[in-house]
Design a protein around this ligand. Structure first.
Ligand SMILES: [Zn+2]
Length: 163
């Protein structure tokens, strides 16, 4: 392996629609709309998975879990996150840390951040202190500001497992 440390970036966006659950970081958040998508549309967990896969140069979640595949319909993205962790381990990597930002005009996410960090860290088998989740708004601007969707950004760093 050419390097002992790697970083990756992830981005995702989903539209907000009536009649769907709003799931962020594995936490069900009470709101009058939810994110549309093939799985549970957990935009935060998707961005984190892409950052992890990107750091290991293992492609992206669309490659590993193609939308339209019946086995992923409505699936909890936390289950997919666990599979990403296993793929990383098979390739000799362990997660060093994750930092992520959710951009959503509504609802207020502050009270749910701790729960998201706990869920994500448990599925990745790391300490909660290794997972940072932040929430921001886009100050009323663009599709996020108009409440039409939610986006998430993530970076992840990996370390080569010692033999
Ligand atoms: Zn997604």
């Amino acid at each position: 392996m050419e390097s002992k440390q790697r970083v990756g970036i992830g981005f995702d966006a989903h539209s907000l629609v009536p009649g769907r659950r709003l799931v962020l970081g594995g936490i069900d958040i009470p709101f009058d709309k939810g994110l549309s998508g093939w799985s549970d549309a957990d935009v935060l967990t998707h961005a984190i998975m892409d950052a992890l896969l990107g750091a290991a140069a293992l492609g992206d979640i669309g490659v590993h879990f193609p939308p339209g595949d019946p086995q992923y319909k409505g699936i909890s993205s936390l289950v997919l996150l666990e599979r990403v962790k296993n793929k990383l381990a098979e390739n000799g990597w362990r997660v060093n840390n994750i930092d992520a930002t959710i951009v959503a005009e509504k609802p207020k996410l502050r009270d749910f951040i701790e729960g998201m960090r706990r869920q994500l860290s448990q599925r990745l088998d790391i300490e909660i202190s290794q997972v940072s989740v932040k929430a921001s708004t886009s100050d009323g601007l663009g599709f996020v500001g108009q409440g039409e969707g939610i986006v998430a950004y993530a970076v992840a760093s990996l370390e080569a497992k010692s033999e």
